[in-house]
Design a protein around this ligand. Structure first.
Ligand SMILES: [Zn+2]
Length: 129
């Protein structure tokens, strides 16, 4: 394969495509790491640790600091087979209560390139060391 010399503009486009592909790959990888998905939350002892933890991360695409768009508490059912609201008794309701985890999600946005990222946390105050 003969290597064709690219114009500066074509070279730049080619570089941008490669950088974009790399960014997408890093984002896919980050979703598989702790905190990257609601099924893999990072355990923290208190809600006050969520924001410092999330903001210590840097953009996967350009390395810039993130801004916090939102810090939300999200109820996530632990079991997909929770009883339906209209049929459950008090005891079942209590079971359903226990089967719901309240997760925290930090929604971040890169201050430089605008890339978004979600980081998931669960709060375990009685976490044994
Ligand atoms: Zn960025």
């Amino acid at each position: 394969m003969a290597k064709k010399k690219l114009s500066p503009r074509a070279e730049r486009r080619s570089f941008e495509r490669a950088a974009n592909k790399l960014g997408e790959g890093l984002e896919r990888l980050a979703r598989l790491e702790a905190g990257g998905d609601r099924s893999r939350p990072i355990a923290l002892e208190s809600a006050s640790q969520v924001e410092p933890h999330a903001l210590a991360l840097t953009c996967l695409r350009c390395g810039s600091p993130y801004r916090l768009d939102e810090h939300a508490a999200v109820p996530v059912p632990r079991e997909a087979t929770a009883p339906r609201d209209e049929t459950r008794s008090g005891a079942e309701a209590r079971r359903t209560q226990r089967a719901t985890d309240i997760l925290r999600v930090a929604r971040l946005r890169c201050s430089q390139c605008g890339a978004r990222r979600e980081v998931w946390f669960c709060l375990s105050p009685a976490l044994p060391n």
